[in-house]
Design a protein around this ligand. Structure first.
Ligand SMILES: Cc1ncc(COP(=O)(O)O)c(C=O)c1O
Length: 390
């Protein structure tokens, strides 16, 4: 198929950082105080503010992956342990399991929210309980800005007394029945990577309701140096260099001030696409589960190739020619070369979402003109494909 069509003069990216304006003052304070380090007033303040936001103690880390790793260690995950995790996620959810030589068991998502299927989880744990082979822990991922359905997931985990870690890297600002995803389980993890709803260029946060767990993570994150009366460097456990810098904490402080606005803006972008595409056959908007607030961190659609006129891959290719970045929904973990050979419960739903799902430019800073260009291109590409009879 020919790849003609207008090209936008400036590349339209999928999801870009969007400064609020307050960041530089905090960064400046870090410079002026000379706390260009993994300690300082910005770090203290950002942990306090994040704690106030979600209602749990918090420790700021270099990124969400480090937070996942320390979360896995807090749950006591060790070599050979099995851990349940959704197959539809970004690889950083499960890589920390491999760091610890543990074994993921993947579970499919449901169509209602694209999150971990609570029924599949309940069935799996019931089967495992009967053969006395319960997994060590469950990881749940809040997918693309929408919370998983936590009530049935919590009920199942509590029934079998299995600890729960929530990967809320993509879900800051969302709600589940009025509460923050990431605050229901034993550990919650957030990411401030450059493509997230707010960013510190890179950064992560770990929260926990358990007394002492956040302090333990903080201890590990700064090389696990034992207290010593002579300030000697004494180590009895493996530590990591996972603490966020005080400079980046300043960026995050500024970003937290605009979190609610960013949620509104991401949602507005998503609903503008949804409304503009109602006339186009074969484009299905990502479901908005009734139990909470979806941030629509990424604006996603499923493509029905027969009705739309061309495949998801073809649409990505044609948008690319027009200088528009789009991308597939995550490739499920059970289909990754890295994760061959691990058990997967179901998987067909995640495979279908990966095959047909497209994420369109979703930045909160996307201008109306840029978004209109994307909308017009999608419409034209659809019409041209129909005319060509593809
Ligand atoms: C679901 C999920 N988990 C974990 C991460 C890792 O976060 P980071 O990039 O901050 O390490 C990300 C994103 O990057 C993510 O999307």
């Amino acid at each position: 198929m020919g790849l003609a069509g207008p090209s936008y003069p400036k590349r339209i990216y999928l999801s870009t950082p969007h400064l609020g304006g307050g960041e530089l003052a905090y960064v400046q304070q870090a410079f002026e105080s000379n706390w260009l380090s993994t300690a300082g007033a910005n770090l203290d303040a950002v942990e306090r503010k994040f704690s106030e936001l979600v209602g749990l103690p918090a420790v700021a880390l270099v990124n969400g992956t480090a937070a996942m790793h320390l979360g896995a260690k807090l749950l006591g995950i060790r070599e050979g342990d099995e851990v349940v995790t959704p197959t539809l996620t970004f690889v950083a959810t499960c890589n920390p399991l491999l760091y610890e030589r543990a074994r993921p068991v993947f579970i499919d998502c449901d169509r209602a929210s694209w999150n971990l299927d609570p029924q599949l989880l309940a069935d799996f744990l019931r089967r495992r309980a009967t053969v006395n082979r319960l997994p060590k822990a469950v990881f749940v991922v809040h997918f693309f800005g929408q919370s998983a359905d936590m009530d049935p997931i919590l009920e199942t985990c509590q029934r079998y007394e299995i600890p729960l870690l929530e990967d809320a890297a993509e879900c800051l600002g969302a709600q589940y029945k009025g509460r923050h995803p990431g605050t229901f389980g034993d550990v919650g993890v957030y990411s401030f990577n450059g493509n997230k709803i707010i960013t510190a260029t890179s950064g992560g946060m770990l929260v926990s309701p358990h007394v002492g767990w956040v302090e333990k993570a903080r201890f590990w994150s700064t090389q696990a140096r034992d207290p010593d009366p002579h300030q000697n460097y004494v180590h009895s456990e493996i530590g990591y260099n996972y603490r966020l810098s005080n400079v980046l904490a300043g960026i995050l402080l500024g970003q937290l001030e605009v979190l609610n606005l960013r949620v509104q803006q991401r949602r507005a972008v998503a609903f503008r696409y949804r409304d503009a595409f109602t006339e186009i056959p074969g484009l299905e908007f990502m479901p908005q589960a009734p139990y909470g607030l979806h941030t629509n961190w990424l604006s996603c659609f499923l493509i029905d190739q027969t009705r739309f006129g061309l495949s998801r891959n073809e649409l990505i290719r044609q948008l690319e020619v027009s200088n528009v970045e789009s991308r597939p929904v995550w490739k499920p973990m059970h289909t990754q070369p890295l994760y061959q050979g691990y058990e997967c419960v179901g998987g067909a739903v995640a495979e279908d979402l990966n095959r047909r799902g497209i994420c369109l430019p979703s930045s909160s800073s996307l201008t109306l003109e840029e978004q209109q260009f994307v909308i017009d291109r999608v419409r034209e590409i659809h019409i041209q494909s129909k005319d060509r009879g593809c």
